[in-house]
Design a protein around this ligand. Structure first.
Ligand code: SF4
Length: 293
């Protein structure tokens, strides 16, 4: 995490600034609301750095969020922002992008919001190859609402709704996006800060549906129930389990257990929804004009 703090009195409160100079963050919003050790702030730092390095204009950028700890992120930004209903962020974002293709639309979701409650929207946004960048922060549970199991809680993990171990199997979010047709899929962790920024930045430059899955600690709800009470234990677990794709492919099946692949997993370059939609509209207009002439 690259937050720099300055202790300058400002309305009686310490002022904390972001290392980027706050150009995409509202004045006076730091320090943020997330728990000590949570990865959401790290992800927000990577996002605003990506905007800055790509020179995104605030008026042309829309950040759409859903509900949950991750969904609070839009509160901090000076870009256009839309805080939507639980699991529906991708549906709202699809409407925005279809109507105003010139806008850069980024969708920020947690695993509960993005692929559990919002699983159907996730599949269809990827199937449409909708020209959006989706960032799914995967902390393996519903953090804000009390640590319930989500579709990514690992089998046997303890959550507030699986006190004796989770009997369900978990989604591989990246495999789901790939199978549904996403153009670009990458996975990294909040332990790997610069790789995280580079992954988001690359995803933002792609056409079609681009996904970055961000594996992240939730020490407050998930870690303390799963023998990782200290934030450092969660971060070290992410460090040790993250395996670059080339190395992961070479591992025998038995050694992949507990690990996950990282890096760019899919990069297809197929036409996105907006390109195909523009072609259909053009054909419709041509045929309508032909019918009236
Ligand atoms: Fe982060 Fe978990 Fe705290 Fe929510 S409950 S802010 S996800 S650590």
């Amino acid at each position: 995490m690259q937050f720099a703090s300055r202790w300058l009195p400002r309305n009686g409160r310490p002022e904390v600034t972001h290392a980027t100079g706050n150009s995409y963050l509202k004045d006076g919003v730091l320090p943020h609301m997330w728990c000590a050790g949570c990865g959401i702030g790290t992800m927000m730092g990577a996002l605003v750095r990506s905007f800055e390095e790509l020179g995104y204009r605030k008026s042309q950028t829309v950040v759409v969020t859903g509900i949950g700890c991750t969904g609070k992120l839009d509160d901090y930004l000076v870009t256009n922002a839309l805080h939507t209903t639980h699991g529906r962020a991708l549906a709202y974002a699809t409407g925005i992008k279809a109507f105003k293709p010139e806008l850069k639309v980024v969708v920020i979701m947690g695993d509960g919001d993005g692929v559990t409650i919002g699983g159907n929207h996730f599949i269809h946004a990827a199937r449409r190859n909708m020209d959006l960048t989706a960032i799914v922060l995967n902390n393996l549970n519903y953090g804000m609402t009390g640590g319930q199991a989500s579709a990514t809680s690992p089998g046997a993990s303890i959550t507030s709704t699986t006190g004796y171990g989770n009997p369900e199997r978990d989604f591989d979010i990246c495999a789901l996006a790939e199978a549904a047709g996403a153009n670009f899929v990458a996975r990294t962790t909040t332990y790997h800060g610069w790789e995280l920024k580079d992954s988001i930045k690359t995803a933002l430059t792609k056409t079609g549906f681009s996904l970055v899955e961000v594996m992240s600690p939730c020490p407050t709800q998930f870690g303390r129930r799963n023998e990782m009470k200290e934030t450092t234990a969660m971060l070290l677990s992410l460090r040790d389990r993250a395996t670059p794709l080339d190395h992961y492919r070479e591992l025998p099946e038995a050694q992949r257990v507990g690990r996950f692949s990282t890096g760019i997993l899919v990069d297809r370059g197929e036409p996105g929804f907006n390109e195909r939609y523009a072609a259909v509209r053009e054909r419709a207009v041509r045929e309508a004009e032909g019918a009236t002439s």
